[in-house]
Design a protein. Structure first.
Length: 181
């Protein structure tokens, strides 16, 4: 099973992203003198790195930042009993700062600094935490927004509805919410 990646979310905009990023380099502070096809090709090839950012991995980071889930995890370790959790709504942005090096004859001639924000929104989230691990979870709504920018310009933004059970299947041992559990 292939899980959703940020690259998959932004795939419909990949051509536009490559053209916009290449144009920013050609008109910006660092005017790169590459043939347009080479410049465009390198930017487009660099887009594939966004496929390394899986939504399930972003979710795991988000769980560890939730005060409610961390408190339930601590309580479950203290009492050795399962702790139910409920969040009416939970939205968390995760920011990344990918870079793309442009090369000519294996020498770096420019770097494009991107900003990537992945925002997770869950509504009516319920779960169970046991022994410091999230062992059951459900959400009525699970939306993900990916926004990619470069040099202060928004290149693409997509929001999609995903299935939480598919993006982050809970392993038999649960998802650790605390270090060392």
């Amino acid at each position: 099973m292939v899980l959703t990646t940020v690259g998959a979310l932004l795939q419909p905009d990949s051509e536009s992203i490559a053209h916009q990023a290449a144009n920013l380099l050609g008109t910006g502070r660092a005017a790169v003198r590459l043939p347009p096809a080479d410049l465009y090709g390198q930017v487009r090839a660099g887009f594939t790195a966004l496929h390394d950012i899986r939504i399930g991995d972003v979710l795991q980071l988000a769980w560890q930042t939730s005060r409610t889930l961390r408190e339930a995890a601590k309580q479950s370790v203290r009492t050795r009993t399962p702790q139910p959790v409920h969040l009416n709504g939970y939205a968390v942005p995760c920011d990344y700062a990918p870079e793309l090096e442009l090369l000519v004859n294996q020498k770096r001639v420019a770097v494009i600094h991107f900003g990537l924000r992945v925002t997770l929104e869950l509504f009516n989230f319920t779960g169970t935490v046991h022994n410091g691990r999230l062992v059951r979870l459900h959400s009525d709504v699970f939306d993900v927004t990916a926004a990619l920018s470069a040099e202060g310009h928004l290149l693409a933004q997509r929001t999609t509805h995903l299935d939480l059970a598919v993006e982050l299947p809970v392993p038999a041992a649960g998802i650790p919410l605390l270090r060392g559990v």
